[in-house]
Write a protein of this length. Structure first.
Lengths: 243, 369, 356
């Protein structure tokens, strides 16, 4: 067994360390900083991109199912609505608030809020139906102050202001927008199943038959770049290409 | 019969605590038959020292509010807020009262394997036995028993404290309690010897061990080494960081206290602060010239004996605060490190202090100082 | 999106050499003009009982033709068939011109792998693993089996997976190779290697003829010498009746006109002729013994026991065998093509069954 030897610093060094420690304690007892946010009377100020409770706008949903596919925790299930369309429902017992669904939503039908403290009475309540996701949940606002941490190189400061945070965020613009369209990379391998045509939400893919030859065409102006056709193509010969 | 009573009355009246401010009220009350007797009984110095200061009442107030001071101050240093929910606009001041109420309502569980008599008796005994040294401390001129061997008696009684902790752990008959009390036993021997030597050094310096007769000189200036040794020894005795070894939460799950609940736990929890109070009073008496202070023009005359008490309490508060703030600065020592310090460095330093005292006395007697 | 993501997207887009907005698809002929294409397939191939159960149609169908056990079937095809015509284009028996004979070959040798153990010389495994090591393919499709000797398909991407010994060895029941091939083509990066009976090889070649993606991605096609295959339900029942205990079964072999089932403690032998009663109808009209369309054909006839006969046909197979020779992974010997004469002729005669 090896014996661990600690480097002996010498009495002077040690005394200096002791003195420094005691000095810090004395300074802090007189002029301290407090890092505690006294929730619920104070609330921490969250940035606009904060990953909180998710709200949904059904008018913008194009049924691409991207949110359900990309959810890493399998928290999103698509349920059929009376109008024959499928809308997402989120199980907050599984949701890890990564917001991949919001990032992948093509038309920003899903949006974020700064609400992070919703309480449920049991696990069944945590499965949020689509109707419940359209309006924000009931919130009791006990907070009277807003706390912000200002951090620079050496120091941490708390700024408390007597205002109440707005929990709802207007649309956060995505950082980079790249317009892409769907294109076929191997037309000869197409089997003519028309799945891409059926599945396209904006009707950008069309087909016609003439003289024993079927012609498929993608209208790049109408194509929204949602990628549904790329996913559903039987021979996997469609790809998203920059416009 | 009548003579005995007359003698008693005479002893009582001759040894009253004099507080010029409230003297008119006392005179008026003395007119009334029973009340006057009662008031003069309370103002009889020994009873005053026992009941009010530095005895039970002061101790009670300290126990109620000192943990609050400790928690708030430590929180402040650690960038936290400390207790604040009980009465928010007071800043959680009566937190301890709420805790005590809760302890009173909680059930004292004596588990099957525990040695029931000792389990319960030690809990209450430790609290009571810790009160004994208060008899020998003086706050200014107020003292309960002024014996020529006061300091030694005090020391002997202070040495009793750890035995109760051993008893607690042994009676609990539980793994962690056992380990905790074994650690306490180790540390007890480690700190007691330097502690005693430091006190002896001061007794030699002052030439007397009667607390009343100890001059109002500041021992901390005369013999700072002994002061340092005493302070560290006191920290070890009260299980304060960095020496919180017997009852380390993360290592032995509160050590000897682990099996207690309800008012028994409340008393044990508070015993730690009691010990700290007593050792701080001893430190004030020996090293900080307990009870003496600068003359405040109007106040000293009017308050009389109370002035001494006020200074005494101020100094005790300062010493106790310093002891408790140590927990924010230092991490916990390991058992073997604590023992090395106690048996190694501390004995050496305390012997140096002793030597210093002896040299000092010789020089004083030789007329050099 | 971060810069790294943008770069990744650009790389993917560059891989697509041609990106078009318009393309054409050939529309195949329909014998039954007013019915969907699956019904056409059904009437021409399935109902006339020349379907070989190669499952090429199942692999390419976007709706997913469901194979109900032994027969190829598509429930609800009247409503669910998308009428794309892919199944008709790729079925090798839609316009059936049976192939037969020894086929062309540049070499006819016997080989025994030093690394693997299989039915005879384990040369099929050796060919595919060597192709993987050479980088020609990144996965091979093997048929394994469960304890009841039902076939299961495996994608083998690493030779270490071949520690599962059930991947080598002949299983005389149908394996669903072609649907698995379609999946492999979807996921592969450098290429796929596939093993199959002559009907499966024909299916692959038809796919490659019709769709360029299969030309690109299927790099190695190994054929097996085959007289017939059997439906699992039929042969398992037959063998059970003969006293074969599947839990103890180690190897099945057809050699010298006998079917030999080797178990851990005993053996069951009987004449192959007895199996004629459970011969599938599709095999009854197949004339191809040596898998003439494959890159290389492997079998047991024509070499001494313990060695596999290899009929080397295409350049890719030559390349792989040279690599094997160079690395010394197998021993090679002489094979006698004359020994195949009887079986080749036997299968050629089955063309008469077609006329019936």
């Amino acid at each position: 067994m090896k014996k661990v030897t600690v480097q002996d610093q010498g009495v002077v060094e040690k005394t200096k360390c002791h003195a420094a420690a005691i000095g810090v304690a004395m300074k802090e007892s007189v002029y301290p900083l407090t890092a505690t946010v006294q929730y619920p009377r104070q609330r921490k100020k969250m940035p606009d991109n904060f990953r909180g409770y998710i709200l949904f706008d059904p008018d913008k949903c194009i049924n691409c199912w991207e949110c359900a596919f990309i959810c890493p925790a399998n928290a999103i299930r698509m349920k059929e609505a009376p109008n024959k369309k499928y809308y997402p429902t989120i199980d907050y017992g599984k949701c890890i608030f990564c917001h991949f669904c919001i990032d992948s939503c093509t038309d920003s039908a899903l949006r974020t809020t700064k609400i992070h403290d919703v309480a449920y009475k049991d696990m069944d309540e945590m499965v949020t139906l689509t109707e419940e996701m359209i309006e924000p949940p009931e919130i009791v606002r006990e907070d009277t102050k807003l706390v912000e941490y200002l951090i620079d190189d050496k120091d941490l400061q708390m700024k408390k202001t007597r205002e109440v945070d707005n929990l709802f965020v207007d649309e956060v613009p995505p950082s980079v927008e790249i317009p892409v369209v769907s294109q076929c990379i191997d037309g000869a391998s197409c089997i003519g199943c028309h799945v891409c045509e059926y599945v396209c939400g904006s009707g950008a893919i069309s087909s016609s038959i003439a003289n024993g030859v079927m012609n498929m065409a993608i209208d790049t102006d109408n194509c929204t770049g949602c990628g549904l056709c790329v996913k559903e193509c039987t021979m996997q010969i469609l790809k998203l290409v920059r416009k | 019969m009548q003579e005995v009573i007359n003698e008693l009355l005479e002893t009582m009246m001759s040894n009253q605590v004099s507080v010029p401010v409230i003297q008119p009220v006392i005179d008026m009350a003395a007119q009334m038959p029973m009340v006057g007797l009662g008031i003069s009984f309370i103002l009889w110095t020994p009873i005053f020292a026992l009941l009010i200061c530095p005895g039970l009442s002061t101790l009670g107030i300290f126990l109620l509010f000192f943990p609050w001071i400790e928690r708030k101050l430590c929180a402040r240093i650690q960038w936290r807020v400390g207790p604040r929910e009980i009465v928010p606009w007071l800043g959680g001041l009566i937190q301890l009262l709420a805790d005590t109420l809760r302890f009173l309502f909680q059930e004292v569980i004596v588990h099957k394997d525990a040695h029931r008599p000792y389990f319960l008796q030690f809990a209450f005994l430790s609290f009571a036995a810790a009160l004994l040294p208060l008899l020998f401390i003086n706050a200014g001129d107020v003292i309960a028993i002024a014996s020529p061997y006061g300091v030694q008696l005090l020391l002997a009684l202070v040495c009793l404290f750890p035995l109760f902790i051993l008893g607690l752990g042994w009676a609990s008959n539980s793994r962690f309690a056992f380990i905790g009390s074994v650690r306490e036993a180790f540390m007890y021997f480690a700190y007691e010897i330097p502690f005693i030597i430091a006190v002896l050094a001061m007794v030699i310096l002052f030439g007397t061990s009667n607390p009343i007769l100890i001059p109002d000189k500041w021992g901390i200036i005369l013999n700072p080494i002994a002061a340092f040794t005493f302070f560290v020894g006191a920290a070890m005795a009260t299980s304060r960081m960095p020496f919180e070894i017997p009852e380390a939460d993360q290592e032995v799950a509160a050590g000897p206290h682990v099996e207690y609940s309800g008012i028994a736990f409340g008393l044990i929890y508070v015993m730690c602060y009691e010990k700290a109070y007593i050792l701080s009073t001893l430190m004030v008496v020996l090293f900080l010239g307990g009870g003496s202070g600068p003359d405040i023009p109007g106040l000293t005359v009017h308050l009389g004996d109370l002035m001494g008490i006020v200074w005494f309490l101020l100094k005790v508060i300062i010493v106790m605060t310093t002891m408790f703030v140590l927990r924010t600065i230092y991490p916990r020592y390991r058992l073997d490190q604590g023992l090395t310090i106690g048996w190694g460095a501390m004995i050496a330093i305390s012997l140096v202090a002793l030597a210093w005292s002896i040299v000092f006395v010789f020089m004083q007697q030789g007329g050099v100082l | 999106m971060h810069d790294a993501d943008i770069k990744a997207c650009e790389e993917v887009i560059e891989m697509a050499t041609v990106a078009e907005s318009k393309w054409e698809i050939k529309v195949p002929d329909k014998p039954l003009k007013d019915k969907v294409y699956f019904e056409n397939l059904k009437s021409v191939v399935i109902d006339t009982e020349i379907c070989s159960r190669c499952l090429t149609c199942a692999s390419v169908c976007p709706g997913g033709i469901i194979v109900v056990g032994d027969k190829v079937d598509f429930p609800d095809y009247e409503t669910k068939c998308l009428d794309c015509g892919a199944c008709v284009r790729v079925c090798p028996r839609f316009v059936y011109e049976p192939l037969s004979g020894m086929g062309s070959s540049t070499a006819f040798i016997a080989g025994r792998s030093k690394r693997f153990a299989g039915q005879d010389g384990a040369m099929v495994t050796e060919l595919i693993v060597s192709a993987m090591e050479m980088g020609i393919i990144d996965r091979g499709l093997f048929a394994g089996r469960n304890e009841n000797w039902e076939t299961e398909m495996f994608h083998v991407c690493d030779p270490e997976q071949l520690a599962i010994t059930t991947l080598s060895g002949t299983k005389y029941t149908f394996a669903d190779v072609l649907p698995e091939l379609k999946k492999a083509v979807k996921f592969t990066k450098s290429g796929v290697g596939v093993v199959g009976t002559p009907c499966i090889v024909s299916g692959v070649r038809k796919l490659q003829q019709e769709y360029p993606i299969f030309r690109e991605k299927v790099k190695l096609v190994v054929g097996l010498f085959c007289t017939e295959n059997f439906h699992y339900s039929a042969i398992s029942q037959y063998l059970c009746d003969k006293g074969v205990d599947f839990s103890k079964l180690v190897k099945t072999d057809i050699t010298m006109g006998k079917f030999i089932a080797t178990m851990t403690d005993s053996e069951v032998k009987f004449k192959v002729k007895a199996l004629e009663e459970i011969l599938p109808s599709g095999c009854n009209v197949c004339c191809d013994f040596t898998a003439v369309e494959a890159d290389a054909s492997v079998g047991s006839v024509g070499s001494v026991p313990g060695y596999s006969t290899i009929s080397v046909r295409e350049a890719i197979a030559v390349k792989i065998l040279d690599y094997i020779k160079e690395k010394g992974y197998a021993e090679f010997g002489e094979a006698d093509p004359g020994q195949l004469g009887f079986l080749v002729g036997h299968k050629k005669k089955r063309a008469e069954n077609l006329k019936k």
